[in-house]
Write a protein that binds this ligand. Structure first.
Ligand SMILES: *Cc1c(COP(=O)(O)O)cnc(C)c1O
Length: 218
């Protein structure tokens, strides 16, 4: 937290505009509780079968749960039912299923669209040139609320190289938010590249190892 605060002020950002998502994959419920006791309210999970028991265990804490893993088409119902946010929507068919499966008693699911900026073929994320039609489609879905863009670039050690995709994502958000004013979230930056992400305007850092320490192997 201290490290984030320093980077935020170094880049002239307002602390209230950079939120921390604690990525709790492979962390157990006790570790999540401990982190919540320190004031952390938002947690991110990648794998449904791992996340669901933890969400249930921590029900009394009123935490905010973000799904940040790959969404399989046949697993959308549990995402729609149990999560508050999803960061990895990259096709309309999945968005439609999430919309249909979002329970009426819950507020609309907050959605970030994942963008693939490296052009790698097998990677998750919508290519930038297909972003506009995808957003137009999602904006018609009443049980989803478009909130922003997410990206996960190839790892690089060089902070200048790290900044490039983040700069592209920020430019994309600035462009699309004209038509979609509810989109104000830039979900970018992990433990290894958070400084670059903060410099380029990240509003939501997804931090795992930097918060909990190295992940256990299994
Ligand atoms: C694991 C993961 C993170 C956190 O990574 P760390 O390097 O542990 O900070 C962030 N975003 C996504 C999508 C992840 O899968």
């Amino acid at each position: 937290n201290q490290i984030i605060a320093e980077a935020v002020s170094r880049h002239g950002r307002h602390p209230g505009n950079v939120k921390l998502l604690a990525v709790s994959k492979r962390r157990n419920s006790a570790e999540i509780r401990q982190c919540a006791l320190l004031g952390q309210a938002a947690f991110g999970e990648n794998y449904l079968q791992e996340a669901l028991p933890k969400i249930n265990d921590c029900r009394d804490l009123g935490l905010e749960w973000h799904f940040i893993g790959r969404i399989q088409r046949n697993k959308t119902a549990d995402v729609a039912k149990h999560f508050d946010w999803v960061h990895t929507v990259d096709r309309l068919s999945v968005a439609q299923r999430l919309n249909d499966q979002r329970p009426d008693e819950r507020s609309p699911l907050e959605v970030c669209v994942q963008v693939n900026l490296d052009g790698a073929v097998n990677k998750a994320g919508v290519p930038p040139e297909q972003l506009t039609p995808l957003l137009a489609g999602i904006s018609n879905l009443e049980r989803l609320r478009l909130r922003g863009l997410m990206t996960m670039p190839e790892p690089s050690e060089d902070i200048q190289l790290q900044r490039l995709p983040f700069q592209q994502l920020a430019a994309l958000l600035a462009a699309v938010s004209i038509d979609h004013p509810t989109m104000d979230v830039l979900s970018m930056g992990m433990s290894g590249d958070m400084e670059a992400a903060i410099a380029e305007g990240s509003t939501l850092l997804r931090i795992g190892t930097g918060l909990f320490g190295p992940r256990p192997e299994s």
